[in-house]
Unconditional design. Structure first.
Length: 67
């Protein structure tokens, strides 16, 4: 599945790369929210997808910290 592949890719990255990915995802979420507020966003389901990706990244970061 697509999601499982994404999570496996996250698990192979280092902590610094995960933090960069997290910052990029948060910036993307901010931009999507801004577009939604100004009625420029066509695909509103992308907001939900990015929020879930942020949670996945944070989960992998926490798991790596616990090791």
């Amino acid at each position: 599945m697509k999601i499982n592949k994404y999570v496996e890719d996250l698990r192979t990255k280092s902590a610094a790369e995960l933090n960069e990915e997290l910052v990029a995802a948060k910036k993307e979420l901010f931009n999507l929210r801004f577009q939604n507020a100004t009625n420029q966003l066509d695909n509103t389901s992308r907001i939900k997808e990015v929020r879930k990706n942020i949670a996945r990244i944070q989960t992998v970061i926490t798991a790596k910290a616990a090791e």
